[in-house]
Design a protein around this ligand. Structure first.
Ligand code: SF4
Length: 225
């Protein structure tokens, strides 16, 4: 059974000072991780959409090993829409859940061809009705391919860091996103997600957060120092 560390056991309260605290958190993380950006390799919105679908329950590094073969064999939505599902499954097998992911990739490509002339749409509503695309995937594509800050992408790192910092008491990603959005300027939402992911990977790691070297320790109700 997985044991929880002290940072997991406590659930800090949200306070009225949160907006001011959020501003300081943002500035400090920007200074700490000036290189924060999307870790999925892609050259356009279509490739990023494919990579994000493949990233479910898989590391970005693993996805980046697989996507060159997908992009080479199926360089356009039209090509992927015509793909044989078993061929796609073979290429993406190592990313896990490969049958569902292959189905989502081909379904997404068919929807792009049928409804959007092969272009990735630029709105949450249009993206969300496509196969295999949830709010998180849509946020990644809108924010990183088009520079549209429609929401905050909440993955496991963003959720954990937000909870430990007392920015949310929620567990559900959509509710966490709703807590985060009013605290940070809209034009920073995409970057905010990258910053929290970098912080979650490098410092506020799941099992033993490195609080002694954390730039947010003096602000963090979960700090173990
Ligand atoms: S002090 Fe930093 S590393 Fe420790 S729990 Fe808080 S945010 Fe995470």
């Amino acid at each position: 059974m997985k044991r929880s560390g002290p940072a997991e056991r406590r659930k800090p309260r949200r306070s009225s000072l949160l907006p001011a605290k959020a501003a300081v958190i943002l500035e400090r993380l920007k200074r700490a991780y000036p290189d924060a950006k999307c870790a999925l390799d892609s050259r356009d919105a279509f490739e990023l959409l494919c990579a994000t679908i493949l990233s479910a329950q898989c590391t970005d590094a693993r996805v980046n090993l697989v996507t060159p073969a997908i992009f080479a064999r199926y360089p356009t939505p039209a090509a992927l829409a015509e793909a044989d599902q078993t061929d796609v499954e073979e290429i993406i097998r190592s990313t896990g859940f490969f049958r569902n992911k292959a189905k989502s990739l081909i379904g997404m490509a068919r929807a792009l061809v049928a409804d959007h002339a092969g272009e990735v749409p630029r709105t949450m509503a249009q993206l969300r009705v496509m196969p295999g695309i949830g709010r998180k995937t849509a946020n990644v594509v809108l924010g990183n391919a088009y520079g549209i800050n429609e929401g905050v992408t909440v993955d496991t790192h963003v959720a954990r860091v937000s909870q430990r910092l007392g920015l949310t008491r929620e567990e559900d990603p959509v509710k966490i996103e709703q807590d985060l959005m009013p605290l940070f300027p809209r034009d920073q939402w995409t970057l905010l997600s990258h910053l929290f992911i970098f912080h979650g990977r490098r410092t506020c790691v799941a099992r033993r957060p490195r609080c002694a070297e954390c730039v947010l320790a003096d602000l963090c109700p979960s700090a173990i120092v």
